[in-house]
Write a protein that binds this ligand. Structure first.
Ligand SMILES: Cc1cc2nc3c(=O)[nH]c(=O)nc-3n(C[C@H](O)[C@H](O)[C@H](O)COP(=O)(O)OP(=O)(O)OC[C@H]3O[C@@H](n4cnc5c(N)ncnc54)[C@H](O)[C@@H]3O)c2cc1C
Length: 233
């Protein structure tokens, strides 16, 4: 994963869609017929040629592609897919001035304290905040039983890093995400491309089928699509 991330940072620039991350699925969906996607519709069972929705309705299709996160894929397809994942907690602050003067990803080099990394997304995407404020994004690995205490610990560490100015930062939101990424401990990525074929009529894709990233999710989706197209022709 480290090699992959370093390769990506070396070959291109880090970027954020001006209209937010949701712009990525919106762009993909825009090419499809408008009635081909049903949002807010939970699948509870998968079988060759059909899925069953939480409402009990059965939807038939020649192929089923299970494109859910690893934990849910394990629930729908069986636990030869690992349900293990990592959680994260994201804190967002509004600051009158950015604590750094370049669009950098700040890593915790202290080796202690709750913060894993920090960035100022408004450097990359000014549309993420008003012109006179900076959006500061702080990432902590794992989720906490006591988010208020974690926020206090984060603020204390930010104070150590950037000084008293941090006291004026306005806390905007905290997002606690129990399953942020699939667990991919070595040697999980020795062969990053995992099979997307599940059984005749069923394919599976997502970041748990490749390296845990948007890239991994998309290339595994393409592998599933290519395999189905090949079967169809
Ligand atoms: C805070 C955070 C920051 C991140 N930052 C980056 C980054 O900068 N760069 C990067 O490359 N990656 C990043 N990632 C990782 C990236 O978001 C994931 O790797 C990627 O979204 C995985 O895509 P996916 O399609 O496999 O799964 P998901 O994006 O999780 O999509 C799965 C979809 O399936 C739906 N679903 C689940 N169960 C069911 C069901 N039973 N029925 C119907 N639908 C269901 C879900 O609602 C969801 O919409 C980040 C992740 C987090 C949490």
């Amino acid at each position: 994963m480290l090699t992959f991330v370093f390769r990506m940072f070396s070959l291109g620039s880090a970027c954020l869609p001006a209209e937010g991350m949701e712009a990525i699925p919106r762009q993909l969906a825009a090419a499809l017929p408008s009635d081909s996607i049903r949002l807010g519709t939970r699948v509870v069972r998968v079988e060759p040629g059909a899925v069953t929705l939480a409402t009990g309705e059965k939807v038939s299709a020649k192929y089923v592609v299970v494109a859910v996160e690893g934990r849910m894929a394990a629930e729908l397809l069986g636990d030869t897919i690992s349900p293990a994942g990592h959680g994260t907690t994201c804190f967002y602050f509004s600051a009158s001035r950015s604590p750094i003067n370049q669009p950098l990803l700040v890593l915790n080099g202290d080796g202690r304290g709750p913060i894993n990394n920090l960035c100022v997304p408004t450097f990359a995407a000014p549309s993420y905040g008003p012109a006179d404020r900076s959006l500061v994004s702080v990432t902590v690995l794992g989720t906490a039983n006591d988010p208020d205490q974690l926020l206090a610990d984060v603020r204390a560490q930010l104070g150590e890093w950037f000084g008293a100015v941090v006291q004026d930062w306005r806390h905007l939101r905290t997002y606690s995400i129990p399953y942020a990424l699939p667990a991919q401990h070595p040697p999980a990525l020795n062969v990053p491309e995992r099979t997307v074929f599940w059984q005749p009529g069923i394919y599976v894709c997502g970041d748990h089928r490749d390296n845990a990233s948007i890239h991994g999710a998309m290339v595994s989706g393409r592998r599933a699509a290519d395999a189905i197209l090949k079967e169809l022709t």
